[in-house]
Write a protein that binds this ligand. Structure first.
Ligand code: ZN
Length: 236
């Protein structure tokens, strides 16, 4: 078996960020598996996009195809019911009283990383890759570097072996995320991510210049803005 630090588990939702992380991981690690979570989110369409994104990305590159292993979908609907938010029920998506968006699911990334670390342990992987980012949503405390650093320490202690958490998008914005995809896989990868990934909070699939979505929820606004910046830089 290869070294544990040559094997990675990517937290993969089928959205733009995790698709870019998947390509990043395939570029670096000898063996990569993906894990996704169904926590009853309204945007289940994102989960359905997972297979199409995985296939599209591996079709680009024979090495990536060889490195990509199994996909794991974990049912966390019990947790989703506990952590009720605008992502899991029909509530307006806005800024809530606690200074976080109403789409904030308390501790979501802590739960995801814990579950992913159990899979990593079983699959002989020593690296978790997640698309969390403190640049875009400062309102999500479980996406911040400090939280991730503490989580990495907690998981390593709790598993009694080192578990690394890699966050390639932590300090970059959405335009730079598109740029990272272009660097990793050229315009073909950018096109797969644009066409196949789903990030809309409402699960809307209306075609847009930057992909598919309602165009008005916070996730669509962020994606549209990042795409426009990226397209402008690419043209200049
Ligand atoms: Zn939307």
């Amino acid at each position: 078996m290869t070294n544990r630090f040559e094997r990675a588990i990517v937290l993969f939702s089928g959205g733009q960020d995790s698709a870019t992380c998947l390509a990043w991981a395939l570029d670096r690690y000898a063996h990569v598996e993906t894990i996704g979570f169904d926590y009853g989110q309204v945007h289940a369409v994102e989960l359905q996009a997972r297979e199409a994104v995985r296939d599209g990305i591996t079709d680009l590159n024979a090495d990536w195809q060889r490195r990509l292993g199994d996909d794991h979908l974990v049912d966390l609907r019990g947790y989703g019911a506990l952590a009720d938010s605008a992502l899991t029920r029909d509530q307006e998506i806005a800024w809530g009283e606690r200074g976080s968006p109403t789409t904030f699911v308390p501790g979501r990334n802590l739960v995801f990383l814990s579950v992913a670390s159990a899979l990593a342990d079983r699959r002989g992987a020593g690296v978790l890759v997640t698309g969390v980012c403190e640049t875009d949503y400062s309102g999500y405390p479980d996406c911040r570097q400090q939280t991730i650093t503490a989580m990495q320490q907690a998981l390593s202690l709790g598993l009694d072996h080192e578990m690394r958490i890699e966050t390639p998008l932590m300090h970059i914005d959405k335009a730079e995320t598109w740029q990272l995809a272009a660097t990793l896989g050229g315009s073909a990868l950018v096109e797969i991510i644009r066409q196949k990934t789903r990030t809309c909070y409402r699960g809307d699939e209306t075609p847009q210049a930057w992909g598919h979505g309602c165009g008005t929820c916070p996730a669509c606004e962020l994606r549209a803005k990042g795409w426009q910046q990226f397209a402008k830089q690419a043209a200049s």
